[in-house]
Design a protein around this ligand. Sequence first.
Ligand SMILES: [Zn+2]
Length: 319
Amino acid sequence: MAGNRCRKDDTSRRGTCLAARPRRGGVPNNVVIVLHFAGSVKDYAEAVPFLGHTFPIPARCPHPDCQATGSLIGWGIYLRWACETVTVHRIRVQRLRCKVCGRTHSLLPDFLHPFRHYVVSLLQRVVSLYLLGGLSWEHLLRQLPESGPARSTVREWLDSFAYGAGELLLDVLTQHLLTLEPLADLPDTVPGHLRRVTNPVRRRRLARAYRFWLLAERLYAQVKVRQPRLHFAADQLFTFLLHWLPSQGLPPRLFWSPVLPHTPTAPFQARPPSPSRPSSNVAAPPRPRRRRRGAATNTDSHYPGRRPSAILRTAYNRR
Ligand SMILES: [Zn+2]
């Protein structure tokens, strides 16, 4: 189904969804598994009338307390919006259930960001225009069609990216990049348009998010060197990162609204590989060279997917 305007993005309390709510000692019960889909949104909407035809069922339950093998079965679908700039698609997302632990998970195509209705490419474009391009609000909104996202939605995207990338993820990314590029010269400059942001909290977050972006591009370059046939082009940075995050034991999310009650408040830390994980056919994500001691542990860092996705796996194997 395709229609016109996607009227709201996932900024309401309902939008936190089950997977974002900590359960049982901080571990979310329902896991969003982001999987690569090479086609367009329209392709997906038309090609997935039946379950299990696009994505194979993962071999292992992704929840860190379970990880049972061969335990996942199809468990129906849910419908959700996938909004491009002006076109809206209603797509089916496959849900899975683990026969061992009883938890349900979902397989989300990677043109979408968890808990966001708009496609990742548009989110990236808007953030890029503001963060890197230095466009004013007026100029930024003029880049989008009138029937596109509302000003308040765009504003919320920027605040959520500034918080997610700048507050929650910058440290993990820096740590990981230093394992790949120990002598990396870390950026510390902030462009003038971000220095002029009047709110000090927002200014700090945006400055850190800007550094996050530069480091993410460096990470992409490092992985690309190791895996020349990487699925993602250089302009698919956010999609690439949605696959990189689970390889660090983190939720596949860049946008975290700072005003929602279940949003983490402490920076994420990468988790070391589970010692119980089988070593065959699974590449261990690189261990951080330095672990921050005494830092608050973010409960959402218990998120599963501690192994790199298949897309990034080869890259790590070739290190
Ligand atoms: Zn399970």
